[in-house]
Design a protein around this ligand. Structure first.
Ligand code: CA
Length: 235
């Protein structure tokens, strides 16, 4: 018998909590709800969920506090739920160790995709099991070859600069997850690099020109406005 994955839904708005729980239950997950931060913290320790969906605005505490204290002892995947107007919150949550976020209002497919991705990534020792197994990551017509440091489009080598390759390589390694501008800049240019996004944007424009059919409507790398970039995940 397949063991059902357990998802703790920390959300004080009943309609949203019920919406999430209905979707998850009908897709084979087991779910439990917590309406307050205190309840959430006690259920995390006693119920041992595989994933936490965490609303940031809770009646008794800020969801960010739960995340911060959780990360001192656990790498349990957390998907943060926040309102569209709070982009800064998303960045802060990701930097504090959230695995992903959902923007209210969100749909069924988006919810399921985030949940699947967040759970899957904790299952593998490497962030991306496909890369660990094959040394490459392929999605549609794009292949990132981690051994040869090459990106191929329909089998043809795409000429990328070193920085461009490293950006694509990082996004591929964490495909399906959003990487914040700040994270990418620090990874690429070191901890002392400023948080000027301009150089990153220039690189991304060049990457898209080289790999996307229509750079204005990207197919491989999406912009998460005000937050960062996300590479599409292969099925
Ligand atoms: Ca709330």
């Amino acid at each position: 018998m397949k063991i059902r994955e357990k998802v703790l839904i920390v959300e004080d708005e009943h309609s949203i909590a019920r919406f999430i729980s209905t979707i998850l239950t009908s897709h084979g997950y087991e779910s439990l709800g917590a309406q307050t931060g205190a309840q959430a913290q006690s259920l995390i320790s006693s119920w041992c969920p595989d994933l936490v969906i965490l609303d940031l605005g809770l009646p008794d505490m800020d969801g960010m506090e739960i995340l911060k204290s959780l990360r001192t002892w656990s790498s349990l995947p957390v998907v943060v739920v926040s309102a569209r107007s709070h982009e800064r919150d998303k960045v802060t949550a990701l930097d504090l160790g959230a695995d992903d976020y959902l923007t209210k209002p969100f749909g069924t497919d988006e919810l399921l995709a985030r949940v699947r991705t967040a759970i899957r990534h904790t299952r593998t020792t490497s962030q991306n099991s496909e890369i660990a197994r094959t040394g490459s990551y392929t999605v549609d017509e794009l292949t990132i070859d981690y051994n040869k440091h090459q990106v191929l489009l329909r089998g043809e080598n795409v000429h990328l600069t070193l920085s461009e390759f490293r950006i694509v390589a990082l996004l591929g390694k964490y495909a399906g997850k959003v990487l914040t501008y700040d994270y990418l800049i620090k990874e690429l240019w070191g901890p002392r690099a400023g948080n000027d996004n301009q150089i990153l944007r220039v690189n991304m424009a060049n990457i898209r020109r080289k790999i996307e059919k229509n750079p204005a409507e990207p197919h491989y790398i999406f912009t998460e406005v005000g937050v960062g970039y996300r590479m599409v995940e292969s099925e």
